[in-house]
Design a binder for this molecule. Structure first.
Ligand SMILES: Cc1cc2nc3c(=O)[nH]c(=O)nc-3n(C[C@H](O)[C@H](O)[C@H](O)COP(=O)(O)O)c2cc1C
Length: 184
């Protein structure tokens, strides 16, 4: 049963290397709107999308995120980040920050997934990013980063999705059909 939505869901994977090619404005706008089209509890629509293409700003965030984990003594994670040259956003040309109000982190996850599936369907790579959240919650840095990204008052970091043209090879993770039970 050929179906392009199902194809995109099974083709999606987390991409951790991107080409330098920009994503055009129309596509970026479309991807941002897919987040807003996501369902939300009580239709509260608690997600705001902040689009960042400024590589210097992303680099500054990566340094702050790395500094946070160094400060916390998370050596295994710090080593893993170092092996990735501290590229927490993987040089993706565009990142969508999902700011949420009312602790609506489930809604942020659903909105993020809309972006990733839409990106896959358009032939783009993407990755959902939870790690950047630390600089928006650490009392030492939260106010600075929320202001820097223009979070509306009362909004917190939900997730980010980085996207662009894929520069690595890989395949979607295996799924385990044994995790499905039929009890009816
Ligand atoms: C909520 C959430 C947060 C994630 N945060 C990160 C992250 O900060 N950095 C990262 O490299 N991958 C992150 N990932 C990607 C996962 O590592 C990835 O989805 C998982 O390894 C499965 O691989 P796949 O996406 O290719 O199927 C995140 C995924 C989710 C769903």
């Amino acid at each position: 049963m050929p179906n392009s939505t199902i194809d995109a869901i099974f083709a999606r994977r987390s991409v951790r290397a991107y080409t330098a090619q920009k994503v055009d404005d129309e596509t970026i706008d479309l991807l941002a709107k897919t987040a807003l089209a996501a369902p939300s509890g009580n239709n509260f629509q608690p997600v705001n999308v902040i689009v960042v293409q400024n590589s210097a700003l992303i680099r500054e965030a990566e340094e702050a995120i790395t500094a946070y984990f160094v400060k916390k003594g998370e050596t295994a994670l710090v080593d893993r980040l170092k092996s990735r040259n501290n590229k927490i956003f993987y040089d993706a040309p565009v990142s969508f920050f999902l700011a949420v109000k009312d602790n609506s982190h489930t809604d942020a996850g659903i909105a993020a997934e809309n972006i990733t599936i839409a990106a896959a369907s358009l032939g783009l790579g993407s990755i959902i990013l939870g790690l950047p959240g630390v600089i928006f919650s650490d009392p030492e840095t939260a106010a600075y980063w929320k202001a820097k990204l223009g979070f509306p008052a009362g909004y917190e970091y939900g997730l980010a999705v980085a996207a662009g043209y894929t520069a690595d090879t890989g395949k979607p993770h295996d799924i385990d059909p044994k995790k499905i039970s039929y009890i009816g």
